[in-house]
Design a binder for this molecule. Structure first.
Ligand code: DAH
Length: 344
């Protein structure tokens, strides 16, 4: 046997032994590189062919090619063996099917959103449409059309964020009354939930971004009794029957007569004295309401001799304080999920 032939036989023996000794895929690959890689032993032999007399080169090349072919076959067998071993190992692993699973994190609905949805569901059942409008309004929708002209002191009471001389972040959802009346003719029955903004210092009762639910019903023969009935029904739905609702005379430029609506303080149950939540009155204010002012109807080209209607605007966070017996509105937005998840 030629010298090269003997070298190759020896090399193949060592190659096979190294493969047999390889404990894992990675070691297998290291063996491959050591023999067949760019600087491997076989490659070096191949390079040496150039130093042989020209007549011997073809035979030497053939010998090396045959050896490489055989080595590749052995290598592929070895890697097949490894794969089979991995599969076996995987199959042999025991799985404890009784082991408790890791519960996936699931979201929950924020209580303010739930209040809004429940209130809207109540009105929808009574034939009201739910409408959504812009959070940036021109002063016409927010004030003028609601019977609050430019020099009216009520504008000051809204502490608004003005964006330009005429555009502002809406401080209430009442502009949706105007947008709806402009678009449709009576009868109208809508609720309009959404975000509102006021330049209020944040404390237990105030956020500078909060939510209101606006309601509007316009038709023939609509009166204050309808308003009381609907709002009392809504409170029963949201709070249950243990809480009462009362209407207190008040003033809003866009309603006449106007009322503020209170519900029994959930903390002292109306008992009052020394209650930190209601300040001792026994009542929590939910928002304003009243009969739509004839000036507003006229502005919309609705004849106040024919049509009448009621409107209300309630703070969703206020409804939330009351429903969930929470003592601070900031709790609704401070992302303490353990706390919020309880309030369903
Ligand atoms: N928009 C009023 C506010 O934010 C609340 C309000 C009062 C709305 C009376 C109404 C209403 O629709 O009729 O203070």
């Amino acid at each position: 046997m030629s010298e090269l032939g003997a070298t190759l036989v020896d090399l193949q023996h060592r190659f096979r032994a190294a493969l047999d000794a390889a404990p894992d895929d990675r070691a297998l690959d290291a063996v491959r590189v050591g023999y067949l890689g760019r600087n491997g032993e076989v490659t070096q032999l191949r390079r040496a062919i150039g130093t042989l007399p020209a007549a011997e080169r073809p035979a030497a090349g053939k010998l090396i090619n045959e050896a490489v072919e055989a080595m590749e076959a052995v290598l592929s067998e070895a890697s097949t063996r490894f794969e089979a071993r991995d599969v076996e190992r995987e199959l042999a692993r025991t799985v404890d099917v009784t082991f408790p699973a890791i519960a996936p994190l699931t979201g929950s609905i924020n209580p303010v959103r739930r209040i809004v949805e429940d209130a809207c569901a109540y009105f929808r059942r009574h034939g009201f449409a739910v409408v959504i409008g812009p959070e940036i309004e021109p002063d016409y929708y927010n004030f003028d059309a609601l019977n609050i002209p430019a020099d009216h002191p009520a504008r000051e009471g809204f502490d608004s964020f003005w964006l330009t001389g005429t555009l502002l972040l809406r401080p209430h959802t009442s502009p949706m009354q105007i947008r709806t009346m402009q678009q449709y003719r009576p009868p109208i029955a809508i609720v309009a939930p959404g975000k509102c903004y006021r330049r209020d210092a944040v404390d237990a009762r105030h956020l500078f971004q909060f939510h209101q639910i606006e309601g509007l019903l316009i038709g023939e023969g609509i009166h204050f009794g309808h308003l009381k009935g609907m709002l009392a029904g809504m409170c029963r739905e949201l709070f249950g029957t243990s809480q009462s609702v009362r209407f207190r005379p008040s003033f809003f430029p866009f309603t006449e007569p106007s009322a503020e609506v209170d519900t029994t303080c959930p903390k002292c149950k109306g008992g009052g004295s020394h209650c930190g939540m209601c300040g001792g009155s026994g009542w929590i204010e939910l928002g304003g309401a009243g009969m739509v002012h004839p000036n507003v109807l006229r502005e919309m080209n609705y004849d106040p001799e024919i049509y009448s209607g009621w409107a209300f605007g309630f703070g969703a966070e206020r409804l939330g304080l009351s429903r969930y017996d929470v003592d601070d509105v900031r709790r609704f937005i401070n992302s303490a999920l353990d706390f919020l998840e309880q309030l369903q």
